[in-house]
Design a protein. Sequence first.
Length: 411
Amino acid sequence: MTNLTFEPAEATRLRNKVVDELRADGTLSSPEIEAAMRAVPRHAFTPDTSLENAYDTYAAVITKTDEHGVQLSSVSAPQIQAMMLEQARLRPGMRVLEIGSGGLNAAYLAELVGEDGEVVTVDIDPVVTGRARRLLDEHGYGRVHVITADAAEPIPDLGEVDVVMVTAGAWDIAPAWTAQLKPGGRLVVPLRMRGLTRSVAFTHVTGVHGDYLESESARICGFVPMQGSTAHREELLLVGGTPEIGLRFDDGLPPDPHRLDNAVTHRRHEVWTGVCVGLQELLDTLQMTMAISLPGFCTMAVDEDLDTGIVTPSNKRFALAAVEDDTFAYLVTRRTEDNEHVEYGVHALGPQSQQLAGQVADVLRDWEASRRGGPSPVIRVYPASTPTDQIPAGRVIDKVHSRISLSWPAA
């Protein structure tokens, strides 16, 4: 559909290389999506970056930041785009609502639904939609509808769509997204749960007590956070009141956060679990096991400019952690003798360090025994008014518009 009259041979080579890599790593399996990604000139939708950056299989292209350097808009990595397109299961003739514009993904959607389908792409930022409109027009996708609006609200005159695809990081599920779905429609959204983001493909389910969404697949991903009325920021707890150690909570701080003020004055307790993983092993179910099992689950970061070595996480920017009353714990790793694996350990500080470290270590061992290599948890989204006794046992996360449950599938 593109009307480019000239394209560098190098761009074609790099684009085909990206698609070949995505097929090889298993991300891409649909012939239709493969054809769309080979046809659309990705670099044309990232005109301010080099061909090498535009065609980096696993890296996003940042298109807008604020005055502090915080990312506001991006073109997702090819790997993420292919993954979400696979989750959406698009067919010719479908109507699709894309939330979060940029132009490139809308062009892929237009290729997949064909001349008989319809694509509407929405963004809250007029700079983003203006850029998307210009690029889509320039490259043969003028029939894509581009709208500037807060997509947390219903889109006037849109009607029902087959697929809603959200391409910005969401903390909650806006009621408008599900209200605009046809019966049996699909919602694909990068959803943040307890600080962990997964691209989730939801299908609509009618249950005994009412309608809800249930996950069909969930994949690890990262996205620029959503703006507008559904924007949500994690809360930061500075341990001891200093910015050296920060604990991030996605759904509210502990009831009495000041109980942690003196945790770092206690001697650190360390436990090695015997749980070893490969250097390239996906840890989706490990992360989710901790998020489901530990009430005080959070993530930890250390300010490297202020680092005194009180805590020593393997990744100072992101470590899985947990809080219980006046004590906190976090995961660490060390290389095994074969240098091809790492072993997980737990460090804990506070009056109950031995107990909390043991509790977290038990969660890791339980993951190894019963969850490692298994399916992801089932994610269900219920209206915020749903009583707890109508939600399956597991971890329930209360948002503004919804209650999200995480539970393991029946054996």
